[in-house]
Design a protein around this ligand. Structure first.
Ligand code: HEM
Length: 292
C-alpha cells in the first residue's frame, strides 16, 4: 500500500523522525491546543497531557505503524490501530478532526527537522499519516455504527443516585441515565469516558493552604468568576495593581503559555529573573530567554 518511492524515503528518514518524535509531538500538541483550546477543554485528558503519556502514545503509534508498513508495504497494519480507534470513539473523535491534527503534526515535523524535510520527504510521510488516518477513520465509523451513534455524538447525561465509601480513598458511584432511557449494553473491556466540568479547581485547597501561612493572601483570577469566590478577578492573571513584596521569590507552576506571560509581567515589575522559579505542567521545552 505504501508506494515504492515513499517506502525508500520513509526508510531513510525513519531514524531521524523517530528520534525527534518526542520533540515533534510536544510542539504539535502545544501549537494545536494554543489555537484550538476547545480540544483540550473537554476531549483530551489533562492528566495524560501533563504526564506526557498521550505524547508518547502518539509518537509510539506513528513509529510503530511506519515500521510495520516498511516490513510489509502491501498490507496496512490495521490490527495495530484497533485500540486507538476504540479510544478515539470513546472520546468522540470525528473524521474532520484528522485534518486539524494533520496540519499541526506536519508543521511540527517541518519545524523540528528543518531542511531535512524536502518536499519528497514530506510527501512520503504524508502518505504514511493518511494511510494511518484512513484506517482509523474507517474503524471508527464502524464502531459508531455498531453502537448506533452518530459519529462524535457520544455524550449522555447521567445522574449519581448513590455514593458508597469503600475505603478511605475509594468511593463507588451508582449512576442512572438522566433521560430515563435504558443504559447501553456493557461490553467486556470497553472504554467508558466520564466528562465533568470542574468549576474553579483547587480553590478550596488553595484557600486552606494559604490559611495555614502567616501573612498570606490568596488572589484568584477566573475566566468565568462565580459566586463561590466573589472577590475573584475576571480574565487571565494580570499583576497590575498587585502589591508584590520587596525581595519576593516567586514560584510559578502551570502550562507554558501561562508561565511565559506571568514571568514577563514579573520581570517588567522588577522581580529579578533569579528570583523566579518555575515548574512546567507538561513537557519542559522552555528555555527562557531574556525577553520571555
Ligand atoms: C493519524 C492520526 C492519529 C493518531 C496516530 C493518533 C494516535 C493516538 C494514540 C496512540 C492514542 C492513545 C491510545 C491508547 O490509549 O492506547 C490516542 C488517543 C487519543 N486521541 Fe488520537 N490519534 C490520531 C488522531 C486523532 C484526532 C484527529 C483526534 C481528535 C482531535 C485525536 C484525539 C485523541 C484523544 C482525545 C485521545 C485520548 C487521549 C487522552 O487520554 O487524553 N486523535 N490517539
Amino acid at each position: 500500500m505504501l508506494s515504492t518511492e515513499s517506502a525508500a524515503l520513509v526508510r531513510a528518514t525513519l531514524p531521524a523522525v523517530a528520534g525527534a518524535l518526542d520533540e515533534i509531538t510536544t510542539r504539535f500538541y502545544g501549537a494545536m491546543f494554543r489555537d484550538r483550546p476547545e480540544l483540550l477543554d473537554g476531549m483530551f485528558n489533562r492528566g495524560n497531557q501533563a504526564s506526557g503519556a498521550q505524547r508518547r502514545a502518539l509518537a509510539g503509534s506513528i513509529a510503530g505503524f511506519a515500521t510495520a508498513l516498511l516490513e510489509d508495504p502491501d498490507t496496512r497494519p490495521d490490527a495495530l490501530l484497533a485500540r486507538i480507534a476504540h479510544r478515539h470513539t470513546a472520546v468522540g473523535v470525528t473524521d474532520d478532526q484528522y485534518t486539524i491534527v494533520h496540519k499541526y503534526l506536519f508543521a511540527a515535523i517541518a519545524e523540528v527537522l528543518g531542511d531535512a524535510v524536502t518536499p519528497q520527504v514530506a510527501a512520503a510521510w504524508d502518505e504514511v499519516c493518511w494511510l494511518m488516518a484512513g484506517a482509523l477513520i474507517a474503524q471508527e465509523a464502524r464502531l459508531y455504527q455498531d453502537a448506533g451513534l452518530e459519529p462524535g455524538q457520544i455524550w449522555r447525561q447521567w445522574t449519581v443516585i448513590e455514593r458508597r465509601t469503600e475505603t478511605p480513598d475509594t468511593v463507588s458511584l451508582l449512576l442512572r441515565p438522566a433521560d430515563g432511557q435504558p443504559a447501553p449494553r456493557a461490553r467486556a473491556g470497553q472504554y467508558v469516558s466520564v466528562r465533568l466540568r470542574m468549576p474553579h479547581a483547587l480553590r478550596t485547597e488553595t484557600r486552606e493552604l494559604a490559611g495555614q501561612l502567616p501573612n498570606a493572601r490568596a488572589v484568584f483570577w477566573y475566566e468565568r468568576p462565580g459566586a463561590e469566590e466573589p472577590h475573584a478577578r475576571g480574565g487571565l492573571m494580570n499583576l497590575d495593581g498587585i502589591q508584590l513584596p520587596d525581595g519576593a521569590t516567586v514560584f510559578l507552576c502551570g502550562p507554558l503559555p501561562f508561565m511565559r506571560d506571568v514571568r514577563g509581567q514579573l520581570l517588567r515589575a522588577g522581580v529579578p529573573a533569579r528570583h523566579i522559579r518555575y515548574e512546567v505542567f507538561g513537557p519542559d521545552l522552555w528555555l527562557p530567554g531574556p525577553t520571555a
